[in-house]
Design a binder for this molecule. Structure first.
Ligand SMILES: Nc1ncnc2c1ncn2[C@@H]1O[C@H](COP(=O)(O)OP(=O)(O)OP(=O)(O)O)[C@@H](O)[C@H]1O
Ligand SMILES: [Mg+2]
Length: 422
């Protein structure tokens, strides 16, 4: 039997945490049997290498290995993909087609995201698992196949069973052996090891020197929560490798690439949509709302000027900054950065030099309108200020990242920072 170390090398698996070693050991042990295996673990922990190990170490290795992403196939076609169909079974079925279970006879099928299978497909799958029998879609002829199934899921299957989205009998049939892969935050000793491996791979790929972390950056790396696990770590290693000129990465630089407040401290693990998702959605809505309100308030001011003055040229001249703010914000030319800062102050509307005689009632009406406007603008500004502050905090003052999060250009953010004196 191949050793765990040899398997890791062969399948490019990095890490030495006992729980990872245990998972690989289990895969090696069950490989020669035909037992169904369910691989569990959060998204990005590396579940996809387990079925490959199982297939390669089994007597099926010379036959087909087919990986099917159950979540990516539309519900209407999944039965036909898996079990095939007869000619004329449905509109467009012009030919008889073999499904994966027929093609992979003698081999292994990896059913990724098995929790996404529709209930009707689950019934068909249960039958194959129990006696190797299946029917093509549109056929009544029972066919036989000899396929080994390894499934994987990152969803809580008990919850799915509870909600009647997954058949309990199928779950037990699939998970004769359960191989669980630990989340990255529980593999602290492996984090830096993985980063170094990815950094060296990307250095080779992009023909650049390998990035290195300072000691404090290593601390940041290992304390991070890594909700996206190894996939997220790999992405960050790639970003840092490509974008950083200075190849020695400080904690501060690294922090700029990490989503905020996800250090590896005890925290409630999200199982479903949590409050924080909701609050960030709310923040986005606030942002859209304050942008709209601010535009509206600017337009109101302009309209009022036009009504009072009548002369378009004068109004244009007087409200140059306002017009620029409303209409001229899309040309993200970094050269006129400074200029736009002074040009686009939200409240820098010139006072009305209202020498023109107006009937009292109209003046009153405008006066009233302006008061409301000012109040609205103030609360909008508070909200905006809060959003900007939070975003800058989250990204340790990195404007580029904050601007991306807020959905505004860096220039606009720069302008607002000046405006609020941040
Ligand atoms: N131990 C490891 N060593 C090196 N690379 C790894 C390791 N584990 C995972 N990876 C890499 O991390 C990425 C994510 O792994 P994988 O696709 O297997 O995740 P997964 O568990 O299937 O996630 P999901 O549930 O989202 O499908 C892949 O690029 C994979 O090569
Ligand atoms: Mg996967």
């Amino acid at each position: 039997m191949e050793s765990i170390q040899a398997i890791k090398q062969r399948f490019g698996i990095i890490g030495n945490t006992p729980t990872l070693n245990r998972a690989i050991e289990k895969a090696i042990q069950v490989a020669p049997t035909d037992i169904s295996v369910l691989v569990t673990g959060e998204s990005g922990v590396g579940k996809e290498s387990i079925p490959k190990i199982i297939h390669q170490l089994s007597h099926r290795k010379h036959n087909k290995y087919i990986a099917v992403n159950c979540g990516a196939i539309p519900e209407g076609t999944i039965d036909s993909e898996l079990f095939g169909h007869e000619k004329g079974a449905f509109t467009g079925a012009t030919q008889t087609r073999e499904g994966y279970f027929e093609v992979a006879d003698g081999g292994t099928i990896f059913l990724d995201e098995v929790g996404e299978l529709p209930l009707t497909t689950q019934v068909r799958l249960l039958r194959v698992l129990e006696n190797g029998e299946f029917l093509k879609v549109g056929s009544s002829k029972v066919q036989k196949t000899n396929v080994r199934i390894v499934a994987a899921t990152n969803v809580n299957m008990f919850e799915a069973i509870e909600k009647e989205k997954f058949r309990e009998d199928l779950y037990y049939r699939l998970s004769t052996v359960d191989i669980n892969l630990p989340p990255l935050r529980e593999r602290q000793d492996d984090i830096h090891l993985l980063f170094r491996k990815f950094a060296s791979d990307f250095a080779l790929k992009y023909k650049m020197p390998t990035v290195k972390l300072t000691d404090s950056a290593v601390q940041v790396l290992t304390k991070h929560r890594w909700n996206g696990n190894i996939r997220q770590l790999r992405n960050i290693a790639e970003q840092v490798s490509v974008l950083e000129q200075n190849r020695t990465i400080s904690a501060e630089t690294l922090n700029g690439y990490l989503p905020a407040s996800t250090t590896n401290l005890p925290a409630v693990i999200k199982t479903s949509k949590s409050k924080s998702d909701f609050s960030s959605e709310r923040e986005i809505l606030y942002k859209v709302l304050f942008d709209m309100k601010s535009d509206l308030s600017d337009l109101k001011k302009l309209t009022m000027e036009l009504m009072k003055n009548g002369n378009t040229k004068d109004v244009e001249k007087k409200n140059e900054s306002l017009i620029q703010k409303i209409y001229g914000d899309d040309d993200d030319d970094i050269h006129d950065f400074e200029e736009s800062v002074t040009n686009t102050e939200l409240l820098s509307i010139p006072e009305h030099t209202s020498k023109i005689e107006e009937p009292m009632s109209t003046q009153d009406k405008y006066h009233f309108a302006e008061e409301i406007e000012e109040e609205e603008t103030l609360s909008i500004h508070d909200k905006e200020l809060e959003l900007i502050k939070k975003s800058l905090e989250r990204h340790s003052g990195k404007r580029k990242l904050a601007a991306a999060e807020l959905g505004i250009s860096e220039r606009t953010l720069y302008r607002k920072i000046k405006q609020y004196d941040l």
